[in-house]
Design a binder for this molecule. Structure first.
Ligand code: MG
Ligand code: MG
Length: 307
């Protein structure tokens, strides 16, 4: 990975421009998620939003990745390649994508991921923090499967916000990692008692620094690590992106050399935001409200602008 870049307030605002393009992509994907739509059609949705915004996709051709967005369905964890697959009612689908803008002669990146259960109405952050969750029947999907997928996405999303909130005070990446791990573990105990399965953080996949490159140091783990914790200082931006599996946390890569799947065939979820650390607070660059709704339960008011 590239060394971490320390951004000026103006540069963090360039990154917010990229981040808001990513927020617009996610909204377009949520709106376009319907049974029968192919993942290739969804990839085109992303390409169109990026082009309309005057930005550039940063996943396309990244280390040879052949599409604009990673679309991972059910037991696919991350890095799924769009193609002919048609989305089905009740599928759990994660979208991971990014965009960059060129300002002052450099590329400034944004990167975020969202998970949806097809057929559910998307719950915005403001309602999510009030405890509102999707419910009801979806197609012919069994209530048990549906409940597991909704809970999995909810826990993953919650752990992301716990990690983001921790970044407001964190001195090192391990503080963020610990918050994510503790959230999943606490929720997991309740889910095990209630539903008989446990959410597990996938090993070997992490968040990262971001700036003039899509992936920079430091590595941001989703679980505590010994001796591998990077410093967090003002001017840094990091992607916080827990990936959580319903059950056994081992994964494998398919023959396409990209798609990561769970070995046991259990479902997976992935949520991610790009978070900027300023002198006087944090800001969620890929959230249209800078993270205000998601951070409200933690008593944190994000910075709306660094300049
Ligand atoms: Mg991402
Ligand atoms: Mg990322």
């Amino acid at each position: 990975m590239e060394r971490p870049t320390i951004k000026s307030p103006t540069e963090l605002e360039y990154m917010r421009e990229a981040g808001l393009v990513v927020a617009a992509i996610h909204q377009a994907l949520i709106d376009a998620t319907k049974p029968g739509v192919t993942t290739a059609q969804l990839d085109q949705v992303v390409a169109n939003v990026v082009a309309d915004a005057g930005a550039k996709p940063n996943f396309l051709h990244y280390q040879g990745f052949p599409a604009t967005v990673c679309i991972s369905v059910n037991d696919e964890v991350v890095h799924g390649i769009p193609g002919k697959r048609a989305i089905q009612l009740g599928d759990i689908v994660s979208y991971d994508c990014g965009a960059y803008v060129v300002r002052a002669g450099k590329k400034w990146h944004g990167d975020a991921a969202v998970t949806v259960v097809v057929g559910d109405t998307h719950i915005p952050d403001a309602q999510f923090v009030q405890g509102i969750r999707p419910e009801g029947e979806v197609g012919g999907v069994s209530p048990v499967t549906l409940s597991r997928r909704r809970t999995l996405s909810s826990v993953t999303r919650g752990s992301m916000w716990a990690g983001i909130a921790a970044a407001a005070k964190a001195k090192r990446t391990n503080d963020v990692a610990a918050a994510i791990e503790d959230f999943v573990e606490a929720e997991g105990a309740a889910i095990q008692a209630d539903q008989g399965w446990s959410p597990e953080i996938i090993e070997g996949y992490t968040g990262h620094g971001i700036g003039t490159h899509l992936h920079e140091d430091p590595t941001v783990y989703n679980y505590r690590t010994r001796g591998r914790s990077g410093k967090l200082v003002a001017g840094m931006a990091i992607c916080i992106e827990p990936m959580v599996i319903a059950g056994d946390s081992t994964s494998a890569v398919l023959d396409d050399e990209w798609t990561v799947v769970t070995v046991e065939g259990t479902d997976a979820a992935h949520w991610e935001h790009t978070v900027a650390i300023g002198k006087h607070g944090i800001s969620v660059l890929t959230a249209s409200d800078a993270g205000a709704a998601g951070l409200a339960p933690f008593g944190i008011t994000p910075i709306r602008s660094f300049i």
